[in-house]
Design a protein around this ligand. Structure first.
Ligand SMILES: [Zn+2]
Length: 291
């Protein structure tokens, strides 16, 4: 719903309207590959491998993330996934002991989260299966920029490079680098488009920031500062404009009163159908992934 946030009275937000419930959690093959690599490098000959088995049958498989900056072992449960963050040069025995020691905590947290999700499906968060990029040579379309990019995901690349109409994406950090690239495109376009629409319709606002936000398309503060979700760059131009105009109308009406919708109608006669269409938007699978 598009209502003032109860927690932030100085901000009106335009939320995502629908969210799909998560699928069954799956293990990320790149994480498994990274783990295999790590163990092949770090394992002392003759020692047994740590199995990536579920700690408990009801849990998804425990994933592994080697983090060079991690100071200690950490267990995280999020969006239907469980992973252990491993600092460099941690022995397998230490990891195994850690998993054993945290087993009952993990189990109780998992049960709690599952119960909460059943009760409040809307709180389930991002779809845990939406974590990997499409297969190599799939496309990424930026409708507002009338651009179609072909994704070439491979471990031959160490960082993302745009070449012609192809995005060469490093496989090991595909999700993070692609999200970052999309955000850059959004930062390069959304503030300009907002300024253009403001000029066209005589709106005044005090600033604009682009963020990778969850759950909201945009917001406008009482001071007239507009925050935009970087994912807007993935929408059709008319939906993008609807969101920008919606936030601009809040600079005149800081509410969703009939006066606000009258402003909206004046600058965007198709706002009702745009609003309806926004409810059915599905962002790319990787957009909300945490990796
Ligand atoms: Zn609003």
């Amino acid at each position: 719903m598009c209502v003032p946030s109860p927690a932030r009275r100085d901000l009106v937000v335009l939320n995502f309207f629908s969210r799909k419930p998560p699928d069954e959690p799956t293990i990320d093959s790149s994480v498994r590959a990274a783990l295999d690599d790590w163990f092949s490098d770090a394992a002392v000959p003759g020692t047994e491998r740590v199995e990536a088995e579920p700690v408990l049958a009801a849990l998804p498989e425990v994933e592994w993330r080697i983090n060079a900056r991690a100071k200690r072992l950490r267990l995280t449960i999020k969006s239907g996934r469980v992973w252990v963050t491993i600092p460099p040069r941690t022995s397998q025995a230490t990891v195994k002991k850690f998993l054993k020691d945290t087993e009952s905590w993990l189990n109780s947290q998992w049960q709690k989260q599952q119960a909460l999700k059943l009760k409040h499906p809307d709180l389930a968060g991002s779809d845990p299966a939406r974590t990997s990029l499409p297969q190599s040579q799939q496309t990424l379309i930026l409708p507002a920029l009338t651009q179609t990019w072909y994704l070439d995901v491979s471990d031959r690349y160490s960082r993302l490079k745009a070449h012609g109409n192809i995005l060469h994406v490093p496989e090991s950090k595909a999700v993070a680098s692609l999200k970052n690239w999309v955000k850059q495109q959004a930062e390069g376009y959304l503030p300009d488009r907002l300024a253009e629409l403001a000029d066209q319709y005589g709106f005044h606002y005090s600033g604009c920031t682009v963020r990778h936000a969850r759950g909201r398309w945009g917001s406008c503060s009482r001071q007239g500062k507009i925050n935009l979700n970087a994912a807007l760059i993935l929408l059709a131009p008319e939906l993008l404009d609807y969101v920008l105009l919606h936030e601009l109308c809040h600079t005149r009406q800081f509410n969703h009163s009939p006066l606000f919708w009258a402003e909206m109608l004046a600058v965007c006669p198709s706002y009702i159908s745009n609003r309806r269409a926004l409810k059915h938007i599905e962002l790319p699978l990787w957009w909300h992934a945490s990796a």
